[in-house]
Design a binder for this molecule. Structure first.
Ligand SMILES: C[S@@+](CC[C@H](N)C(=O)[O-])C[C@H]1O[C@@H](n2cnc3c(N)ncnc32)[C@H](O)[C@@H]1O
Length: 286
């Protein structure tokens, strides 16, 4: 890859601000090279060489919105994997068990989950597999897993649910046989009944307060907040809580937020996980 044209400090600050205002993502100075490379990649495709001209092209209008979506995809990190933090999935399983035990009428039993910053879908399908498997223990219940992400290409890939064998790390052979269909050449697709339990929607977590008031039992948000400044993290968490049903849980990745308190949320006593329970109707996770 060619070196990107050097970016002056003032130019960097201008890009930093644009990205933070629009996405919440904070690019510290040590990520200047990353920004330059991302811009260079896109500008080369457009046969542009001037940071300023490209900046102006992102400002207003429909074309600017399309261009912005392309750039955002280059600026976001999509690293993910199935059952990435197993202890958090154990916590979700335990929470759901309790939740379902409390509802004797199987027609009323349902679990709605939101995976925030779902990338290419591994997290959403891990949650869906977990809930599908839990039914063997609890009996039938309705569930749905919604994944949102700012990146359109990541979501397109998530909707297909096709993964190379290399990416099925964390999936047991039994799970592979149950939840995936072999497509050949070491590619596997999540089976249609499980995909039908999922839904992928483009959404910027930074605009959360504008989002439709859909409510969830579990909000699963891992490895997204790390790209935001501490104040922003706390602000986003406050926004997420507004989408949590009373008694629901919010699951983050360990260490992702410090000193966050919310009058309606209680830290779950679990040393391996960072999760909070909505003080509501007394549902508890163990
Ligand atoms: C590192 S991945 C984490 C994926 C998954 N949650 C996991 O833990 O494996 C972070 C994801 O957050 C998305 N993202 C970054 N900023 C976002 C924003 N402002 N709104 C929504 N999604 C965002 C990125 O596109 C990326 O797919």
């Amino acid at each position: 890859m060619h070196a990107a044209p050097e970016m002056a400090a003032a130019e960097f600050a201008r890009w930093q601000k644009l990205i933070e205002v629009r996405t919440g993502i904070h690019l510290p100075t040590h990520r200047k090279t990353f920004l330059q490379q991302a811009l260079l990649t896109r500008m080369r495709e457009l046969q542009q060489t001037d940071y300023n001209k490209y900046f102006v092209s992102l400002r207003d209008g429909a074309q600017a919105a399309i261009e912005w979506a392309c750039l955002v995809d280059l600026l976001t990190v999509h690293e993910t994997r199935f059952f990435r933090h197993p202890e958090s999935y154990d916590l979700v399983r335990s929470f759901c068990r309790n939740l379902l035990q409390r509802e004797p009428d199987s027609r009323q039993r349902s679990v709605q989950v939101w995976s925030v910053g779902c990338s290419t879908g591994e997290e959403v399908y891990s949650l869906a597999m977990l809930l599908q498997e839990l039914q063997q223990e609890t009996g039938p219940f309705y569930f749905g897993v919604t994944g949102t992400d700012i990146s359109y290409p990541a979501l397109a890939s998530a909707r297909e649910g096709i993964y190379h064998l290399r990416r099925l790390v964390g999936i047991s052979e039994e799970q592979r046989a149950t939840h995936f269909q072999a497509l050949g050449d070491d590619y596997f697709q999540v089976v249609s009944p499980l995909r039908q339990r999922t839904c992928f929607v483009q959404g910027n977590v930074n605009d959360i307060r504008l989002a439709k008031q859909q409510m969830f039992d579990i909000i699963y948000c891992q490895n997204l907040l790390i790209y935001f400044q501490n104040d922003k993290r706390r602000e986003l968490l406050n926004g997420l809580c507004e989408h949590l049903r009373p008694g629901g849980i919010l699951v983050l990745a360990p260490g992702e937020v410090l000193r966050w308190q919310h009058p309606e949320m209680m830290r779950i006593d679990n040393k391996q996980c960072l999760a909070y329970s909505h003080r509501g109707d007394g549902r508890v996770a163990e």
